[in-house]
Write a protein of this length. Sequence first.
Length: 286
Amino acid sequence: MNAPAAIASARRPRWWTGPSFLIGAALSGLVVLIALLSLVWTPHPPTQLAILNRLKPPSAGNWFGTDPFGRDVFSMIMVGARNSLLVGLGAVGLGLVAGTGLGLLAAVRRDGLIDNLVMRMADFTHAFPAVLTAIMMAAIHGPGILNAVIAIGVLNLPYFARLARGAALQVWTRDFVQAARAAGLTDWRITWAHVLPNIAGVLVVQATIQFALAVLAEAGLSYLGLGAQPPAPSWGRMLNEAQTFMAVQPWLAIFPGAAIALSVLGFNLLGDGLRDAIDPRLRRVR
């Protein structure tokens, strides 16, 4: 390596020290930690009604105050984090598995009927937003977390299908894939052993970004009454219930709103940091 190249390499920032990754990892880790902590401890029972303590301002006893039913807002936010992460994991997992499978299938059967059929199916699912899908499912099966997971998962499916297909098509042109084909490996064996490992990085980055969108979508569905149902705490429903009291008790909306904003920001920044790490073309030389 010549001197200019060595200097440029030394000045290139490592992704794990980049501000996007560090801030994103800190915020995301905080949300995950709060969600895990809520499994074993909350300051107060999150669903316990205490009418005599209703609409109390933030204090030493109730860090984020109490809601119109006397429930501790901080405890509800802790449990709400757990519910948001569960919906996000389920929805992104559904979209990742189904979408990647369809994308790999389209890449294997490229330039054919199956490829066109898979892509048109992705276009069809993309035409139905998560809210519309959730409304249709709620009309048939009733609202709930499971229906929210399916609705958001359907929204994620075309993103992963298109990404997996595009990335897989690039890998299929590589020399080592052609060598594996010449060695007699089947298309599906090549896909599993060579194509999928080489596109896993971009899929992980997309999953992180889609997770942030899933948390936001879950809050939106809960705000409309289509997500987690009472008495299960939900950030979106907490915002809905706070509307009436915005003028006199603004903390009822500020704290769950901040929880949503920081969670989405954290996972987005984490995805940006991972993307810079995986794709060298996006790394900036200082």
